[in-house]
Design a protein around this ligand. Structure first.
Ligand code: SIN
Length: 290
């Protein structure tokens, strides 16, 4: 981490990582509505760093919903049963004796198969295992910027094919699994639908370009053969998830994390068999990628 940054008139402290991708934000209380000026600073920090972590923020479910709504309206979460009486909150729960692979174990940008995928996801740490369970983020803006001009030009007109099928489809990972899972996954034919998005998207706020593909939800590239798609996507997936572009978040109870699905992909690490892990998750609606 670099030094904390508090500009003379600022209300919050933002401590970026050395690369600038990901930052810790302190000096504010998320259990109460943030004043407009503070919210503007948070939004700016989020635009600058892509992933923000707010430590020591005990939040009730009502407060988590209220923080989420300060960023925008709720997104739509398909294929997972929400918490009872909380249609916009998912509980990501894995019991100590669970053998099924942990939820979110492959690189993805949340619900990228939707016509307008969520701009943000918020995740609040409830029960944190003593080992494992980190969340990793890859900087898809930095990864795009590091490509050669020739590669960027080649990718510019391409559209990627996204689908939830590999995960939630009738022949997907969840349909095939035999181990007990606490989270209620809703396998559906709906998941096998596909939707195309620009392979390189431009961020609505920053104007920066980012690779918008992931191994979990991107099936191919429009107009290309499977072999051609696989060659290009395989290269991009390896490129995006190099250590140079990855930020590892280690959890503590009551930390709130918000990430920008328009410029990051993420992966939930396992490694905590024998321990309970519980998170509360919400999403903020996004726009049609361009
Ligand atoms: C996810 O939202 O993909 C899971 C993240 C996590 O549990 O760390």
């Amino acid at each position: 981490m670099l030094d904390r940054v508090r500009t003379p008139n600022s209300n919050i402290e933002v401590t970026p990582t050395a690369s600038g991708f990901g930052a810790v934000v302190t000096g504010l209380d998320l259990s109460k509505p943030l004043a407009n000026g503070v919210m503007d600073e948070v939004r700016q920090a989020w635009a600058d760093h892509g992933v923000l972590s707010f430590p020591d923020q005990p939040l009730s479910l009502d407060q988590l919903e209220a923080v989420t709504l300060q960023f925008g309206p709720f997104g739509v979460d398909p294929f997972i049963a929400p918490m009872p009486g909380r249609p916009n909150v998912l509980e990501l729960r894995r019991e100590p004796d669970e053998k099924a692979t942990n939820f979110g174990a492959g690189w993805h940008s949340d619900w990228s198969f939707q016509p307008a995928p969520p701009a943000a996801t918020l995740l609040h740490g409830q029960v944190i295992p003593p080992v494992g369970g980190d969340t990793l983020f890859a900087d898809c803006t930095g990864a795009y910027a590091a490509l050669s001009p020739v590669m960027r030009e080649m990718l510019a007109p391409l559209r990627a094919i996204h689908s939830a099928g590999r995960a939630y489809g009738t022949k997907g990972v969840f349909a095939r699994e035999t181990e007990k899972r606490t989270m209620q996954i809703i396998v559906s034919e709906e998941a096998d639908k596909t939707h195309t998005h620009p392979l390189v998207r431009t961020h609505l706020v920053t104007g920066e370009k980012a690779l918008f593909v992931s191994p979990v939800y991107t099936l191919g590239i429009e107009g290309m053969t499977p072999a051609e798609s696989q060659a290009i996507l395989g290269f991009l997936f390896a490129h995006m998830t190099q250590e140079a572009f990855v930020f590892r978040h280690r959890w503590a109870k009551d930390t709130l994390l918000i990430w920008d699905n328009r410029r990051t992909i993420h992966l939930a690490e396992g490694g905590y068999d024998g321990h309970l892990r519980v998170m509360h998750r919400t999403t903020v609606a996004g726009e049609v990628p361009v």
